[in-house]
Design a protein around this ligand. Sequence first.
Ligand code: GAR
Length: 212
Amino acid sequence: MENKVFTSPKKKGRIAVLLSGRGSNFMAIHDAILAGKINAEIVLVFSNKKDARGLQIAKERGLETLFLDPKDFPSREEYDKRIVEELKKRDVDLVCLAGYMRILTPYFVNQYRNRIMNIHPALLPSFPGLHAQKQALDYGVKFSGATVHFVTEEVDAGPIIIQAVVPVFQYDTEETLSARILEQEHKIYPEAIKLFFEGKLEVRGRKVYIRE
Ligand code: GAR
């Protein structure tokens, strides 16, 4: 695995966005595509939550959406198998997790190795998991930030593509810090996707090199 080198494809990409909530990162990605900054199109917006705001916004923007209820599947793997089927049908090149609050099964990760990205609201490997902004505040760090990384079997632990540093102020609340981090998320996620479809991301072991 360490010796294998993955280089992202230079092409017009087909993206699927997976989300569970508000969808602001999805919108930032879509806006960047509409502005001609990313050479790609969003071919599916998927959610595990029927009422996800992001799903609604995707519909309003004329994008194809799909909701599947996890309760209708006997296991997490069966659920993920069905999602992968839907992605394959649409020839998806890159899966973007944007506030998708389910852990992908190894099956899913294997089908799209080096082709799944996630955004996390902290400087990984610090503060993985839920409520990353609150974890950072409670710990008392002076800087936190956001991380875009490739997804592996281990949660929030895949190769890091881009990070942005955000200062933590003494009187920050979870809300004020989250808002400051979110602004950066909206910049670095589209940037990482742009680089991917420019064929500039090279993954060697757990390091991501950005080719000139
Ligand atoms: C974002 O802050 C994202 O970083 C976070 O959920 C929020 C989704 O917001 N993701 C995680 O915590 C994943 N571990 P959005 O729906 O407005 O993009």
